[in-house]
Design a protein around this ligand. Structure first.
Ligand SMILES: C[S@@+](CC[C@H](N)C(=O)[O-])C[C@H]1O[C@@H](n2cnc3c(N)ncnc32)[C@H](O)[C@@H]1O
Length: 319
């Protein structure tokens, strides 16, 4: 095989280390540390240290690994053993088929959120198709509330670009965290959609015009994956989540504090035919319907399931 970029190494009389041996060593260390995915973690970290994909590492257990790469790998295995997420160590997380920059400024995008992007893409295309849109038609206005790494806004923009529909929408992405917004901007630049997404720091949505913005209302589609973990459940989450911003997880005593506040804002935020798609926890299907009945009487609230048949996204709109 072609040697990985970092190897073979000058051995200084030491035996040459191989990918297979390093993988075994790393996986054993991570089993002891309590990782739920020790072998996968070791494969990803070795690939990262050597500068190749995980599958290359897997396919060539006999390949020599350079001393510098082996050192980097062992250092990352030790950090992983303390619980630090693999995505933060690699600085990257795949989401919706795209590579997102990932670091401690924002939540690592989760696979379950891909369902929201999928539903949002379908909803945008339905709305664009339903109205006769001539050249002068107003763009569809979309907001991603609590954008974090920018996962939803950026993945949606990339998928709309592929469908030739990006020019027909305006996307705003908000977050209360300026650190998260910085990361989201970097991801938008990396995927060449930065000029199609505006970013704004806000508690949920920008003001109603009093602060000089008019971004608080008039949206056709509100998207959000806001914090929805019950506060008393946070301590029981996998250790890796303790490295993520608490602001991204803490949904208050019943998990629905922040989402509930967004429900209160929807009547002012949505156009008359507008709708919202909000990610919820798998055990919050009934709770969100009950909450919507109280906060938004008469509104539709349906729960969309994920591929495993679990409640995943609440779809809301005026009757
Ligand atoms: C669960 S994370 C989701 C991040 C991203 N949307 C995703 O799907 O990966 C929730 C995000 O909401 C943000 N957030 C929490 N409270 C907020 C608020 N009141 N207004 C705006 N953003 C908020 C957090 O900073 C965090 O980035």
């Amino acid at each position: 095989m072609t040697a990985p970029p970092d190897g073979p190494a000058p051995t200084d009389g030491l035996p040459v280390e191989t990918t297979g041996a390093l993988l075994r060593e790393g996986a054993e260390r991570l089993v002891l540390s309590g990782s739920e995915t020790p072998r996968l973690d070791a494969e990803l970290l070795l690939g990262h240290a050597v500068g190749v994909g995980r599958t290359v590492v897997l396919a060539h257990p006999e390949a020599p690994v350079g001393a510098d790469a082996a050192r980097r790998y062992r250092a990352d295995v030790e950090r992983r053993a303390t619980g630090e997420p693999v995505a933060y160590l690699r600085g990257i997380k795949e989401f919706y088929g795209l590579a997102f920059e990932a670091d401690a400024r924002a939540l690592i995008p989760r696979p379950e959120t891909e369902r929201l992007v999928e539903l949002a893409g379908a909803e945008v295309m339905r709305r664009l198709g339903a109205s006769a849109r001539d050249a002068g038609a107003r763009p569809l206005r979309i907001v991603d509330v609590g954008t974090g790494s920018g996962a939803i806004a950026v993945a949606l923009a990339v998928s709309l670009r592929r469908l030739g529909a990006l020019e027909a929408v305006e996307i705003l992405a908000t977050d209360i965290s300026t650190d998260a917004l910085d990361l989201a901007r970097e991801n938008a630049v990396a995927h060449a959609v930065a000029e199609r997404i505006r970013f704004a720091q806000a508690d949920l949505l920008p003001g109603d015009g009093a602060d000089g913005t008019d971004d608080g209302g008039g949206f056709d589609l509100v998207l959000a994956n806001l914090p929805y973990v019950r506060r008393d459940a946070i301590a029981g989450l996998p250790r890796a989540t303790s490295f993520e911003p608490a602001l991204a997880l803490d949904g208050g005593p019943d998990g629905l504090d922040v989402i509930g506040r967004l429900l209160d804002r929807l009547p002012g935020a949505l156009t008359s035919g507008g709708g919202a798609l909000l990610e919820i926890g798998a055990d919050q299907g009934e709770a969100i319907v009950a909450l919507a009945a109280v906060r938004l009487p008469g509104w539709r609230c349906e729960v969309e399931l994920d591929l495993a048949g679990l409640p995943r996204v609440a779809r809301l709109g005026r009757p």
